[in-house]
Unconditional design. Structure first.
Length: 163
């Protein structure tokens, strides 16, 4: 229910209408990649929680599920305002990581997951920062600006926990 309210709030905030707004190919690529990234974060978090009992990895994974579920609802509303359907696809790199995690257990799974999360959040921050400079769409700009601080927090936590 919270996510439904957040989605309607974002739609009202962004002025998203029933008619799709025009979107550049760069923005479309960013939105699709961000949606796939959110799916990946949640899938990998669930996988690591099955493969290890490490409390640090579990706490980080639970945070990823919570934060990315909320963010994905906001992103879906933005994407839909441009006529882009939410993606439920796991990107190839994340599918490879999931396969790798499924072959590990215990401390090795926790270490692999946290190391991957550090690398992935560096990439996400770069992609979001690049989009902030590239987009002329106020709704996308607002989404990116609200997401970047969360991504920086995730990176800081992943770096701390990966040690």
């Amino acid at each position: 229910m919270k996510y439904l309210v957040a989605t309607f709030t974002l739609l009202a905030f962004t002025g998203a209408a029933a008619v799709a707004q025009p979107v550049s190919s760069v923005d479309r690529h960013f939105l699709n990649s961000a949606m796939e990234g959110g799916v990946a974060e949640i899938a990998l978090a669930h996988t690591v929680m099955q493969r290890t009992s490490d409390p640090t990895a579990h706490a980080f994974a639970q945070r990823m599920i919570r934060d990315h579920s909320k963010n994905d609802a906001q992103l879906a509303a933005v994407a839909q305002s441009f006529g882009i359907r939410p993606s439920h696809e796991l990107p190839p790199e994340a599918a490879d990581e999931q396969t790798k995690l499924q072959g590990l257990s215990g401390a090795a799974a926790a270490r692999e997951y946290l190391t991957y999360e550090v690398k992935d959040h560096h990439k996400d921050i770069k992609d979001f920062s690049d989009e902030l400079g590239a987009t002329s769409q106020p709704t996308i700009r607002a989404y990116v600006q609200s997401s970047l601080p969360v991504l920086h927090t995730h990176l800081r936590l992943a770096e701390r926990d990966a040690r």
